[in-house]
Design a protein around this ligand. Sequence first.
Ligand code: CAA
Ligand code: NAD
Length: 510
Amino acid sequence: MTSGVIQPTDIREVAVIGLGLMGSGIAELVARSGRRVDAIEIDRSFLDQGMARLHASLDKAVGRGKLTDAARDEILARIRPTDDVAAGVADADLVIEAIPERMELKKALFDQLDEACRADTILATNTSSLSITEIAGGTRYGARVAGMHFFNPAPVMKLVEVISTVLTPPEIAETLALLSSDLGKTPVQVSDRAGFVVNALLFPYLNHAIRLLETAQATREDIDKAATAGLGLPMGPLTLLDLVGLDTDLAILETLQAEFGGSRYAPAPLLRKLCDARLFGRKSGRGFYDYRRPSTLTAPAEDHGRAPVPAEVALIREQDGRLDELAGQITATGIRVAPQPSDETGLVIVAADPRHRVLDAALAAGHPADVVGVHFVESGNRKPGLAELVLPDITAAGTAAKAAALAARIGLNAVISRDRPGFLVEALAYAQFNDAVRMFQDGCASPADIDIAMMLGCGYPRGPLQMLDEAGAANVVGVLEAMHAATGDPAFTPVPLLAEYATARTRFRQ
Ligand code: CAA
Ligand code: NAD
């Protein structure tokens, strides 16, 4: 331990500024730890909204039997709501700032804190991506400013990124790490780089998902299902974007784009449009999904499952036996399976490989308008896998519906994707794996730290580099090269270290 470290027991009074999505959760967390909390908002109306969110969260815990009524009342008694920043921070040992992701707002607030706080108060920002160095550099005592980055929902997600700038003495970072542990979180210490570890990997992936939606690669439900059923993630990317808030998502991507450039970070136009329309996701009632009408959250956009199931399908078998099990499943439901298409055939099934176009197999099969490619994905966490039904653009209008109806009949968990390299699951995942390798290659974080951060920050069942090892570096390189060739986008070029590991058959995680 570094000498002169303020111990968590000495942090008794914490001011949380901004009681929005994150601040209300952070205030709850800190008050649950027995500390006094000054919960500060910009005006009475936002204060009431923030406190209502906090009350609702505690009431939910009581309803689930996780908290007694008395414990809830004690937690609430430790929280002092106020719209007076100066009064709220005057006695604070620590301030945690959680106001919107805009540099000019943060700087104006930190100017106020310079005047209103004691000189020994630690100032932590929960910024997702902004330069903490820039915030610190503009204050009177820059050494006491650091990042304390919680993840949404703050009471649930286990990670806190503790971010040091060039001005931060090690004692401050250590105090914040110890405090994070005391709050029941796992701290990771990172340096001040846009997006730190988690957001620098999460947001290009989320942005990619929006691009898949706006280029009609798949429906929003299927894009989300590709991530949950195909990768085992707790939430699909579009649902997660809505949870975080689309205004915050856009601000984070703009910062990443300004820092790193390139298409991975350039905000997808659809995200900007939704923000222009003030559709900010769950917090405003509508984003990619409409939360005001819960029935629309689960209903598929098109009910393909109700189309008639063909009486006969042709299944073009591969020598590797990939489709043998599928043939058995289809036959078991009473549908005839033919080895080649004929005029009787309603649907032609070929094996799909994310490195190659289904189109070529469709043309070879002879009835291209009726062809669907099938690609099975194992999520690897003992959850049922996913079948990607891949349709070249030349297929007939009803082919998707017939394929979906067949999948429903035989009980496949399926998504429909256009015929583009990587389809849905591998396009989303492998591009992120490439970003994760770049982060390691550039010396920003170790493979173990990257994996732990994504698991604790975003609920990944396994980290991206472990998943990469399981998929095989050579396979990942092959899909990325196909994505690069099809799109011309250099962002999909395998980074040199990934190509090296693929050649040497080396694993990232031992
Ligand atoms: N506040 C408090 N508690 C909450 C909560 C909330 N908003 N949402 C869920 N919970 C609690 C529930 O009460 C429940 O607790 P118990 O087990 O003690 O009863 C637990 O979390 C699980 O909840 P549910 O069963 O309702 O829901 P779930 O199993 O589907 O999990 C989830 C919900 C935890 C949010 C899960 O879907 C998940 O992990 N999603 C990924 C979230 C993620 O990636 N977060 C990071 C976003 S990026 C970020 O935050 C950084 C940034 O800068 C933008
Ligand atoms: P939010 O919009 O839900 O809440 C921000 C709150 O700050 C609002 O209630 C607003 O009234 C209040 N506010 C604005 N100016 C203020 C001021 N000067 N004084 C007091 N209150 C003020 O935003 P959020 O999603 O909670 O994000 C807050 C910060 O946390 C941002 O920096 C964001 O990037 C970061 N963050 C967000 C998430 C997420 O998932 N939403 C996760 C981690 C970090």
